[in-house]
Design a protein around this ligand. Sequence first.
Ligand code: NDP
Length: 287
Amino acid sequence: MIINGKKIADEIAIELKEKISKYKTKPNLSVILVGNNPASLIYIRMKEKASEKVGIDFNLYHFKEEEKESVILNEIDKLNQDDKVDGILVQMPLPKHISNKKVIERIFPKKDVDGFHPINVGKMLIGDDTGFLPCTPLGIKTLLYKSHIEVESKHVVILGRSNIVGKPLAAILMQKKPHCNATVTVCHSHSKNLKEITRSADILVAAIGKPKFVTKEMVQNGAIVLDVGINYIKQEDGTTKIEGDVDFENVSKIASQITPVPKGVGPMTVASLLQNTFTSFNKKNEK
Ligand code: NDP
């Protein structure tokens, strides 16, 4: 069975739109982009369209590639102070002369809807629900929940240990909480006997950035496979195609459930960003 992430994300958007329509003011998501990375431009356009659809005001602050770090930090300061702004997101990757760490740490944790600030990361690790969870792992958790896939006591194997996908997903799914309580194994480029480990997974998550890396031989019959990978493949005719980290054609024959690329995890990441922005807005209005 194919898990339709796009459909679930659309349902979340409808629910959010309904909730937002009850307020006199709109949530605001402010996004900083430095340079013109083609993939970043696509992601930003997707986030803008999705925000508009649910009634979130979307402001883009687009700086040139050579912009000084201090200018970006000043812009974050302004957005931090602006009460109309509920969520601040700095689109990654940043040019080399700008420090990711400085930028992320400058955003007020209460407006860090990407969930990358160390305060939010710490809260996630200790299971404190007052912070923001990063969008892709949150999207995966929601996707599992909405697809009625229970992770409790299951062996979840995650390929990839990045700070934005693998590590936070492991931290979330291992929490002593309902719909978590999984046994999690995280693999990376130094892991040995990968095939043995992946074949022991009830739920296998691929987040490494290598097209068709996960083959049928790496998956046990009936496993659930979630493909986070987004790889841009140049075709012979000059067009570009998006491919996941999983050999979908063959793995889908033995997996009990599997997410496609596109229309799998990707739309859930965007849905989570909208949810986090609304959560921030809602907290502000509760005060
Ligand atoms: P990173 O490049 O930051 O991390 C890749 C991870 O994969 C690393 O931990 C790396 O190990 C591991 N890895 C690489 N090669 C191997 C290998 N041969 N065997 C085992 N592990 C390996 O990637 P991201 O986490 O940022 O992204 C992963 C993929 O997910 C990309 O395709 C990205 O585009 C996509 N993505 C999709 C999103 C969505 O919304 N669908 C959101 C974010 C990312 P090591 O740490 O040892 O280097």
